[in-house]
Design a protein around this ligand. Structure first.
Ligand SMILES: CC(C)(COP(=O)(O)OP(=O)(O)OC[C@H]1O[C@@H](n2cnc3c(N)ncnc32)[C@H](O)[C@@H]1OP(=O)(O)O)[C@@H](O)C(=O)NCCC(=O)NCCS
Length: 258
């Protein structure tokens, strides 16, 4: 995975307008507050497909149900901006590991996306013609991070984690976790990719954490991995196919009247 050392993204979350243009070498990252938007769940539900509504109905707690509905509703609204389509008119297909993609003929637009949500925060990444994966996790205080890392991280990552001062280990663990998850989500193959067969950096503040892959070391060069800055309580990462994309950050909802 190549280091994007030259370009540090501007992490300011800006308000968007309808005139938003997504170039081929760009990734737009959107952030939505699902708690704040939960009151809109009934409206968003009307735009969901039957399978999404059925999935929503299987959530036991209303809060989880509303989060799912709003996350999908906002996804449809965001994609609708780029495609100039109504949220309701969009359809999704899923690969064998559950990764969603647009089902409509996309040969002109080739819009790709990925989504992640954690404790009321939803992140969306949208680009054209290249695969991508995004992950956000709340930095939980109740997890035994060294123990979990020992089970899921690579040998190199575990060694890096253990060498850090104890009070840095929790953040480092979640940075590593989200970077690993973003890569897995970009590949779209779920946990069929062994988590110990690639290494990510665990250090904060780097625009591009390093990654190496095994047994095919050339796989690492196919992807760029970015640290995302959401808030002090969350770690987040983005993996994008290829090199040199420009990232920009957008806050949902669009301002009223746009
Ligand atoms: C399916 C998976 C993506 C779930 O990830 P998660 O962290 O629980 O959840 P996230 O909120 O980040 O992502 C879920 C979203 O990813 C998308 N998604 C589902 N399957 C996917 C896949 N195979 N690839 C990419 N994206 C996928 C969906 O849009 C889903 O949200 P939605 O159905 O509500 O629209 C999968 O990677 C997984 O089960 N991971 C297990 C976690 C783990 O053990 N990680 C170890 C890291 S060290």
């Amino acid at each position: 995975m190549k280091a994007e050392s030259a370009k540090v993204p501007d992490y300011t979350w800006r308000l968007a307008s309808r005139a938003l243009v997504l170039g081929r070498e760009e990734v737009h990252v959107w952030r939505a507050d699902l708690d704040q938007l939960s009151s809109e769940a009934d409206n968003h539900r009307l735009n969901l497909a039957a399978d999404e509504q059925a999935r929503a109905d299987r959530f036991y707690f209303q809060k989880d149900r509303d989060h799912f509905i709003v996350a999908r509703g906002v996804l449809r609204a965001i994609l609708g901006i780029y495609l100039n389509r109504t949220p309701q008119s969009l359809a999704f297909d899923y690969n064998s590991h559950g990764k969603p993609a647009l089902a409509l003929p996309t040969h002109d637009d080739d819009i790709r996306f990925n989504i992640s949500h954690s404790h009321g925060v939803a992140l969306y990444a949208v680009t054209r013609g290249r695969e991508l994966g995004i992950d956000v996790e709340r930095i939980r205080r109740d997890l035994e991070v060294a123990e979990i890392a020992g089970r899921f991280f690579s040998r190199r990552e575990v060694a890096v984690l253990r060498a850090l001062p104890t009070d840095s280990q929790r953040t480092a663990f979640f940075l590593g976790w989200t970077r690993k998850e973003a890569y897995i989500k970009a590949r779209g193959d779920g946990l069929s990719i062994p988590l110990d067969q690639f290494d990510v950096s665990l250090t904060p503040g780097e625009p591009a954490p390093l990654l190496s892959t095994r047994p095919d070391s050339s796989e690492a060069a196919r992807w760029s991995l970015y640290n995302l800055v959401v808030s002090p309580d969350f770690a987040a990462a983005l993996a994008v196919e290829g090199q040199g994309c420009a990232l920009s950050f957008w806050q949902w909802p669009e301002p009223a009247g746009k």
